[in-house]
Design a protein around this ligand. Structure first.
Ligand SMILES: NC(=O)c1ccc[n+]([C@@H]2O[C@H](COP(=O)([O-])OP(=O)(O)OC[C@H]3O[C@@H](n4cnc5c(N)ncnc54)[C@H](OP(=O)(O)O)[C@@H]3O)[C@@H](O)[C@H]2O)c1
Length: 325
């Protein structure tokens, strides 16, 4: 498939550039030769503020936008802050998409998330299963907002002819992830737990449930590569899954992380805790047929992420989730 002419000297606005996804996008777009990357921190531009966002677009005139800002977290944060997750994410995409339309942005990529598919989807999950069933109640606020974002891309396309596309990434991990024990996702939380045992000792690492549920993980540098690829090669209204197409049991993931971080750490399972959905795997057939597949094997990605974690831990404020604990 031939690439669309994406002009690398046009300004590209990468929202959420200090986050895990946004920082990977900055690395990838710089490497690809984009010479005019626009960024703004939350303090400089609160994306929930329509007037501020509109003025920012008027002043900075981005040609392309990848919207990677969001209020994101693991199960605890999602469940206990449903209203914040819904409001923040809803407002952020509403302001960014509207300003992108009003200021003539040539192409915009919006990021959904695999956890907004219905709770009991057939596996692997195809794009057309979106909205086919009941959502997972623990992250309903987040999911409703993200689904509205995906549908907004389609609405701007059909009503105003905007080339707004969306992608649905699986679970991500990598540099700049959140390593907080309460608010993070399973992979960074396990890295942190094995690291803490390595440094402080204790009773070992306990995993909630039996370890049998299966999950898929994509390195964030692979996601950033896919985002650029989609910007150049995808122009359809429907969303497109981005993952590895492979999953593993949480117990296998824990063994892998233990072997990398601290092979001597005891590993226990608290089977009195619930397991959650038995399997969550994306069908990546559509993306593969477009010509893209992931490159970073899981073991390699976890090793480099742990190396990043160790290198940045000296200044704990650089590793999210470390300073507060
Ligand atoms: N993490 C995953 O596993 C995963 C999986 C699938 C999809 N996604 C999607 O990928 C996107 C990014 O996720 P992430 O993991 O990179 O999140 P993250 O590391 O928490 O980064 C979020 C970014 O959003 C910015 N932000 C938050 N609220 C803002 C506001 N009101 N105004 C301006 N900026 C704001 C933050 O800016 P500051 O740094 O300035 O505070 C931060 O840079 C989200 O849309 C998420 O749904 C993530």
């Amino acid at each position: 498939m031939s690439s669309e002419a994406i002009n690398r000297s046009l300004p590209v606005y990468l929202t959420g550039h200090r986050g895990m996804v946004g920082s990977a996008l900055v690395r990838r777009f710089e490497k690809a030769g984009f010479t005019n990357i626009l960024t703004a921190t939350r303090q400089e531009l609160d994306l929930r503020d329509p007037a501020a966002v509109d003025s920012w677009f008027a002043a900075n005139k981005p040609g392309y936008v990848v919207h990677a800002a969001g209020t994101v977290g693991g199960i605890h944060a999602n469940r206990s802050r449903q209203a914040d997750f819904l409001y923040d994410n809803m407002m952020m995409h509403a302001t960014v998409l509207r300003s992108a339309w009003q200021h003539g942005v040539e192409k915009l990529l919006y990021l959904g998330s695999s956890c907004i598919y219905p709770r009991d989807c057939p596996q692997p999950i195809k794009e057309e299963y979106l909205l086919n069933g009941t959502l997972e109640p623990t992250n309903e606020g987040y999911a409703i907002a993200k689904i509205a974002g995906l549908k907004s891309c389609e609405a701007y396309r059909s009503q105003h002819g905007c080339n707004f596309i969306s992608a649905m990434p699986t679970n991500l991990y990598g540099p700049n992830d959140n390593f907080d024990l309460k608010n993070s996702h399973v992979l960074p939380a396990l890295i942190r737990k094995f690291h803490d045992y390595r440094v402080e000792g204790g009773d070992g690492v306990t995993i909630w449930g039996t370890g049998s549920p299966k999950r898929e993980f994509l390195h964030v540098d692979d996601l950033a590569d896919a985002c650029l690829y989609l910007l150049e090669n995808y122009n359809e209204p429907g969303t497109i899954n981005v993952g590895t197409g492979e999953d593993l049991a949480i117990a296998e993931l824990a063994e892998l992380i233990r072997s990398i971080v601290c092979p001597e750490a005891p590993l226990n399972y608290d089977s009195s805790m619930p397991d959650g959905t038995p399997r969550k795997l994306l069908d990546v057939g559509r993306l593969k047929s477009l010509g893209w597949k992931s490159q970073i094997p899981l073991a390699e990605g976890i090793s480099s992420t742990y190396k990043w974690f160790c290198e940045h831990i000296e200044s704990s404020s650089e590793v999210r989730g470390m300073a507060a604990s």
